[in-house]
Each structure stands twice: as structure tokens, then as C-alpha cells.
Design a protein around this ligand. Structure first.
Ligand SMILES: Cc1ncc(C[n+]2csc(CCOP(=O)(O)OP(=O)(O)O)c2C)c(N)n1
Ligand SMILES: [Mg+2]
Length: 377
């Protein structure tokens, strides 16, 4: 049965840009989602934690203390706004920059930083690239480094939830670059046909490493691609936490009701480098980046909270210092933790470690210590 494709008018939600909190931090009262002050301050804390962590961990990478780091600077409203709009039973299947959402949902800073060091406290036992946390308890999957391969997984999980009738929604995250990958189209098609409870959440930060979004697609927006698969698309200001929260919340409710997927495009900007291995000054005009730095989502929410009398400048400073101290403490603890046990090299693939692997292991274990580099037994 064919889905309906509505004729597109100029104010179609997939072509427009929903904004509730404008650049001057003035909120549109009619569209403002209802969020308690306590919940809003928790959202603010989650956003600020990403910023504080990014600053500290990038410095650590530059000092050679961690191998790699990817910032999410400028995308904090999109990440936390989306996470805050979900129910605890919902899953997040991340793309590249959503680790702050895992922390927001309960992953401890120490667990996250242990993953970055790949030490003995890391549940992944150092087998993942830094910044790839996963937490079963907070229903946040480990990030897939292969762009877009997570989307068929997200749709499969949502299909399973539908078959079980368990009211779980899956947030399938992607970047603008991922929208060109076949896995995105496979996932979107399947999600539309089977009406699965998946919300596709695309952070269009306008760059895929050095490829600008205008070279990525000639579609007028990414959101409009949803119509090809028979479900709604909506484009929002990704630096506006209220627009993201409201849209993701409504899409999740729609999915929970059994009405199927939605594609949300959150328009934002990657104001930092792609990762600690990248230098954007070699391929883009950084004066454009400066204009986006002025649209800072944390600053926008802070000004709104201040105008409402919910957060003073001193309150903001105190929170900043508290988060900075928490990050430094977690770094100090995890940096001094030992690496994973050497024997873990050959564990977890077979139910019982086969003899040939034990044999190879004993050769490694008997190497002089200096040949093992940083690896301890
Ligand atoms: C299948 C695949 N192709 C290429 C890469 C290399 N790669 C890593 S991140 C990235 C860009 C992703 O851009 P986008 O989806 O916009 O996410 P963003 O980095 O902007 O958050 C690329 C091409 C990869 N990891 N996987
Ligand atoms: Mg991108």
C-alpha cells in the first residue's frame, strides 16, 4: 500500500526551520514545551558537562595522555534536548557525537573516561577507539565507527520493540554525512514499510570531515528525504534546546502510538575540528565558524534561564567549577588505573579459550616487559 505524500508548501515542516528559543534567547510562549525548572536545570547541566569535558579531554589529547578525542562543541542542545525528550525505556543508538547523552542518562564520568583510557575499568576492555562508550543500563549502544551502519540496527531494535509491543522507542542518530550512505536509505525504507517506532535524529552540523553539506546532497534539506519513504520529516534549529526537545518528544509519542517513524533534522554547526586528528583551517572559511560560535546553544539557554530568574551568573560559575572538578577527579582516577589484564587479549571470542590461543598468549606473556610497551599482565 502506498503512503501519502502531501504536496509541499513553502511552510512545510521538512523545508522550514522550527525555532522556539530565538538567537536573542527570547522564547515563543505558544510553542514552549512544558518542562519543570528542575528538569530544565538538569538539561543545562548536561549541556555544560559536554563543554567542560570537551575542553579538558582535548587538552589531555594534546598533552599526549589520551590517543584521540572528538568534540561535540556547539551541538550540546541537539544532543541533550533529544536525550531529555525520551523515556527511560527508550534506546539511543548514537552516531558520532552523542556521548553526552549517555552521561545524561546515567553513564558515570568515571566509566566514560575509563573507556577513553581503555584501562582495566573499561567495560569494553580497551577494545574500542576512545569516545565509544556503551551502557546497557542507560540503554545507549556503543557508537559504530562505520558511518550509518547503526541505522539498520536501530530500525531492527525498533521492529523488535514493535513485535513485542513493549512501548520502547529507538532514537537512531546520524550526521549529515551519514544521510548519503546506503544504510540510511535501507533503514528509512524498512522503517517506513514496517512502521517501526524509530525516530531518526540527524544532527546536520554542515560538515562530514572536510565535505560540506551542500556537496553532500542536492536535496533542499535532509528532513525532506523522509517523504520518499512515506513518513514525516521536520527541520529544527539544533541550537535551540526547546525546538529539539519538543520535536523529538512529539516524534517519540507518535512512534509509541504505533504511527511509525519520523526524520528530524537538527540544523547546527560543527564549530570545532572533526576530531583531534583534523585541522579544519585547511579546508573551510573559519569566519563562517565564528558566526556560528555566536549562536552558542549553551549561552542561549543560560540567557533564557537568567531572564526567567532560574540561574544567576554566580550559579552558572559555581556549576562550571563543580563540573570541571568532577571531570578532573575522574581523569585523575582513571589515568592511574592499570591497563586491562593481558589475558583479556584472548578472551570473549570463544566460550573456552582454545589451546592455540593459550600457546600464543604464553609467548607474549613471556616477552621482556619493555617489549610489551604499556601493556601490563
Ligand atoms: C562507511 C564509512 N565511511 C567513511 C568513514 C570515515 N568517516 C568518519 S566520520 C566521517 C564523517 C561523518 O560525517 P557526519 O555523518 O556528518 O557526522 P559528523 O562527523 O559531522 O558528526 C567519515 C567520512 C567511516 N567512518 N565510515
Ligand atoms: Mg556532519
Amino acid at each position: 500500500m502506498r503512503g501519502e505524500i502531501a504536496p509541499l508548501s513553502d511552510n512545510d515542516p521538512a523545508l522550514g526551520l522550527l525555532q522556539i528559543l530565538d538567537d536573542n534567547a527570547i522564547a515563543d510562549q505558544e510553542q514552549l514545551p512544558s518542562i519543570s525548572v528542575q528538569a530544565l536545570l538538569r538539561i543545562y547541566r548536561g549541556m555544560l558537562l559536554i563543554r567542560v569535558m570537551d575542553e579538558r579531554l582535548l587538552a589531555l589529547q594534546r598533552q599526549g595522555r589520551i590517543g584521540f578525542y572528538g568534540e561535540a562543541r556547539g551541538q550540546e542542545a541537539a544532543i541533550i534536548g533529544a536525550a531529555a525528550a525520551l523515556e527511560p525505556q527508550d534506546f539511543i543508538v548514537p552516531a558520532l557525537r552523542e556521548a553526552g547523552a549517555a552521561l545524561f542518562r546515567g553513564l558515570s564520568l568515571r566509566q566514560y573516561i575509563a573507556q577513553i583510557f581503555g584501562n582495566a575499568n573499561d567495560v569494553a576492555k580497551g577494545r574500542q577507539l576512545p569516545c565509544h562508550p556503551g551502557t546497557r543500563a542507560a540503554r545507549y549502544l556503543t557508537m559504530s565507527s562505520c558511518i550509518a551502519t547503526q541505522l539498520p540496527h536501530a530500525v531492527g531494535m525498533a521492529w523488535a520493540a514493535k513485535l513485542r509491543g513493549d512501548q520502547t522507542v529507538v532514537l537512531g542518530c546520524l550526521g549529515d554525512g551519514a544521510s548519503s550512505e546506503e544504510d540510511f536509505h535501507v533503514a528509512a525504507n524498512f522503517a517506513g514499510v514496517y512502521k517501526v517506532p524509530c525516530v531518526f535524529f540527524c544532527q546536520n552540523n554542515q560538515w562530514a570531515i572536510s565535505t560540506p553539506s551542500q556537496s553532500q546532497t542536492v536535496s533542499p534539506t535532509i528532513a525532506v528525504k523522509a517523504y520518499a519513504y512515506g513518513f514525516p520529516g521536520i527541520r529544527v534549529d539544533g541550537n535551540d534546546v526547546f525546538a529539539v526537545y519538543r520535536t523529538v518528544g512529539e516524534a517519540a509519542e507518535r512512534a509509541r502510538r504505533g504511527d511509525g517513524p519520523t526524520l528530524i533534522e537538527a540544523l547546527t554547526y560543527r564549530v570545532s575540528a572533526h576530531s583531534s586528528s583534523d585541522d579544519p583551517t585547511r579546508y573551510r572559511d573559519e569566519s563562517v565558524t565564528e558566526t556560528w560560535r555566536k549562536k552558542d546553544p549553551i549561552d542561549r539557554l543560560r540567557r533564557y534561564l537568567a531572564a526567567q530568574g532560574h540561574l544567576t551568573e554566580e550559579g552558572h560559575q559555581a556549576l562550571h567549577e563543580e563540573l570541571d572538578a568532577e571531570v578532573r577527579q575522574a581523569v585523575a582516577e582513571e589515568e592511574s588505573a592499570p591497563p586491562p589484564a593481558l589475558h583479556s587479549l584472548i578472551e570473549d571470542v570463544f566460550a573456552e579459550v582454545p589451546a592455540h590461543l593459550e600457546e600464543q598468549f604464553s609467548e607474549i606473556a613471556n616477552l621482556p616487559r619493555q617489549k610489551l610497551g604499556g601493556v601490563h599482565q
